[in-house]
Ligand binder design. Structure first.
Ligand code: NAP
Length: 319
């Protein structure tokens, strides 16, 4: 089993920024790429609010640049998905793809968050056949078709606006009469003539002909009546949940599953384990805040390794 000073789990803006800082501190970080290398920004189009790019930059290009920057300073990338960790004793053990085991003196967890699903009949069966959580990836397949976007937050507004480039009509379906999205995103969607609205309804089931989506059944929250909204594409944009399934019982999580960190630091309930990015931040969830916390995690690790170099953790962990 190989042993590293620091392992970083996840390659979104948090993990890659941590990798740049840890590599520049000569810690030779080993970075596990995860299922979605580059994270959520690889599923987006233009990023207009990342400082330093006055003309915007494409999400995948931004992530590619961050990765190259980390590699330039010596970060090593390993393909695979972390399936288990053992944080009960030092060095920590990280299992990748259920088979390869690594040991690490310290860990930075930056596994991000994944798109939530509605959990209604017909939904999971039709993923890839009309149901999608990524407008950027799948919008192209819905040229001149009617599309539904479910959700009332910034993601739903953004996806709906983006999808009008392809679709003949985009209907935003939301469960309340008020939107959660920021004013600027709402306005952009409201001013788009291709966007229609169906408010205060609850999605009930996804309708299909067995091969492709044909509609979304919704229940009116006031009258209780159901009806089917015809569509060939159903984009679910109702938020995200943290990717912490592999951490249960190992490190303290909040009631939703986000990793709890200590004050303004990235320290978790386990000494030597740090968390950054969307996996510990249900509030801001921006590329720049994730990158900032990745920087903090690398600095925290550096200090931890310095202070623990004279300390025999194998003794105190067993106590
Ligand atoms: P969000 O703000 O949590 O909004 C989720 C939306 O989905 C809410 O409107 C919610 O309804 C609805 N929803 C949740 N569960 C549902 C269910 N089971 N059935 C039906 N509807 C459901 O998530 P988000 O839009 O992904 O945004 C997350 C964060 O990223 C926010 O801070 C946002 O500002 C940020 N963001 C920013 C940008 C940008 O600035 N370019 C783009 C995307 C996201 P309720 O309102 O009734 O709860």
């Amino acid at each position: 089993m190989d042993k590293h000073r620091v392992m970083i789990l996840g390659t979104g803006p948090a993990g890659l920024t941590a990798a740049i800082y840890a590599a520049r501190a000569n810690l030779a970080p080993v970075v596990i790429e995860g299922n979605e290398p580059g994270g959520q920004l690889t599923l987006t189009t233009e990023v207009e609010n990342f400082p330093g790019f006055p003309d915007g930059i494409m999400g995948p290009e931004l992530m590619d640049n961050m990765r190259k920057q980390a590699e330039k300073f010596g970060a090593v990338f390993v393909r695979g998905f972390v399936t288990a960790v053992d944080l009960t004793k030092r060095p920590f053990t990280v299992t990748v793809d259920d088979k390869h085991q690594h040991q690490a003196d310290s860990l930075i967890i930056s596994t991000g968050a994944s798109a939530k699903m509605l959990g209604i009949p017909g939904e999971s069966e039709m993923v890839g056949r009309g149901v999608s959580t990524c407008a950027t990836c799948d919008g192209f397949f819905f040229r001149n078709k009617k599309i539904i976007v479910v959700g009332g937050g910034d993601s739903a507004m953004e996806e709906a606006t983006f999808l009008t480039k392809f679709a003949s009509e985009v209907t935003i379906v939301h469960r309340r009469n008020e939107l959660r999205a920021s004013k600027v995103m709402q306005e952009r969607a409201r001013n788009n003539p291709k966007i229609k609205w169906v408010m205060n309804v609850t999605p009930v089931s996804v309708q299909s002909d067995g091969n492709k989506v044909t509609g979304l059944e919704v229940r009116d929250n006031e009258t209780g009546q159901t009806r089917v909204l015809e569509t060939e594409g159903l984009f679910i944009a109702i938020g995200h949940s943290p990717n912490t399934g592999f951490l249960k019982g190992q490190v303290e999580l909040d009631e939703v599953g986000y990793i709890k960190t200590n004050g303004v630091t990235t320290a978790t309930s386990v000494e030597g384990v740090f968390a950054c990015g969307d996996v510990m931040d249900p509030h801001y969830r921006q590329a720049i805040t994730a990158a900032g916390s990745g920087c903090k995690a690398a600095l925290d690790v550096e200090r931890y390794l310095e202070s623990s170099s004279t300390h025999d953790w194998s003794v105190s962990a067993a106590q």
